[in-house]
Ligand binder design. Structure first.
Ligand code: ACO
Length: 323
């Protein structure tokens, strides 16, 4: 007994900011950014709220699944950059789409979508409900320091969602890991104004050790793919689609090379989205689904990795009704 994905949807902000646009106020260039990252542009929220982006992605996923908001039994939102600290972003989504089920957020940085799939799987397996909406929504533009060219050029905003139902066979394999380390990649919490707080509060902007993240990312992908294949008893060559976290093209190409897999099987969206944290994987999945590239019975590997250092990986058999 497991879940099946009934439908997917995604949404990007209207405004696409190119590398050339960034070079108008930062000492950077397309010649520096593109060869090192594979990113040409990223969607950045201007007038849209993250609530609105998330809702658009959710409505598209619900429509693709043929499920109404009233039929949902649970909403999980993966985010680290929501419009609200309280309540959960998922509660705002529930209100705006007209759902009345429990709703909560899950924070596992860029690995959040796969962590949320595992939580949803448990909910369905325990018979708590039959329809779960998992949405990943990220407004990274509010977390980065826009004067730091080493980080702000890497990220973008976006949202993507999947509707899950029961009676599938997924996940065929799943692996969540944490190598605890805060400093490699983190955003300090808001300082607040407590008159009792005597701690030092750094600015609440994203900081990372890029090269260490790079190595961690390549290892996370390669170790996860091997572990999932062993768990499920399938060969790496049998996998039809690899949907990895879209942090950096050079991380993807290093992993492709080390695993010896067919480059054409690796989903890519980051050239025009940048790194949208936990929304990367469901957005790339949605694009594959809408392009008709996911055929019934095909094997799909998802690997998300990021701050934590968390890694979430799962092997799915694509069993959306009608594909
Ligand atoms: N434009 C121009 N120059 C830049 C830029 C930029 N946007 N960013 C950094 N530089 C400069 C630096 O100032 C530095 O100059 P200096 O030598 O004069 O001091 C030089 O380039 C090298 O800087 P590094 O930070 O050491 O650059 P590096 O070669 O490590 O490349 C990069 C940075 C591309 C981010 C790399 O570390 C990387 O690929 N990291 C992978 C991690 C990643 O992509 N993280 C993103 C999100 S994390 C996640 O999702 C899990």
């Amino acid at each position: 007994m497991g879940f099946r994905i009934l439908g997917t949807g995604s949404a990007l902000p209207e405004r696409s900011v190119t590398n050339d646009d960034l070079s108008e106020f930062l000492d950077t260039s397309d010649e520096w950014i593109f060869p090192r990252t594979g990113i040409r542009s990223r969607g950045i929220c201007t007038t849209e709220t993250l609530d609105e982006l998330a809702v658009t992605a959710c409505r598209r996923a619900l429509e693709a699944a043929g499920v109404s908001a009233g039929e949902l039994d649970l909403i999980i939102c993966s985010t680290t950059s929501g419009d609200h600290l309280i309540p959960a972003e998922a509660c705002a989504v529930a209100e705006l789409i007209g759902a009345s089920c429990p709703a909560f957020d899950l924070s596992a940085a860029c690995a959040g979508f796969v962590f949320a799939l595992d939580v949803a799987d448990g909910y369905l397996a325990r018979g708590r409900g039959e329809r779960v909406l998992v949405v990943a929504a990220e407004k990274m533009s509010r977390l980065v320091d826009w004067s730091d060219r080493a980080t702000c050029v890497l990220f973008g905003d976006g949202a993507a969602a999947a509707v899950l139902g029961p009676d599938g066979e997924n996940p065929l394999a799943l692996r969540l890991t944490t190598e605890p380390s805060v400093d490699i990649l983190h955003v300090p919490g808001v300082a607040g104004s407590s008159p009792y707080d005597a701690t030092e509060r750094p600015a609440s902007v994203l900081a990372m050790e890029g090269r260490r993240v790079f190595k961690f990312g390549v290892n996370a992908i390669c170790d996860s793919v091997q572990a999932l294949c062993e768990q499920a008893g399938v060969a790496v060559d049998d996998i039809d689609h690899f949907v990895f976290h879209q942090a950096n093209e050079r991380i993807l190409s290093s992993a492709v090379q080390r695993l010896g897999i067919d480059n054409a099987k690796v989903a890519r969206a980051l050239e025009e989205t940048g790194n949208i944290s936990s929304a990367c994987i469901p957005l790339a999945l949605d694009r594959l689904a809408r392009a008709g590239e996911l055929k019934g019975g095909q094997l799909v590997v998802l690997v998300g990795f990021g701050a934590g250092l968390d890694t979430g990986a799962c092997l799915l058999r694509w069993d959306r009704p009608g594909d």
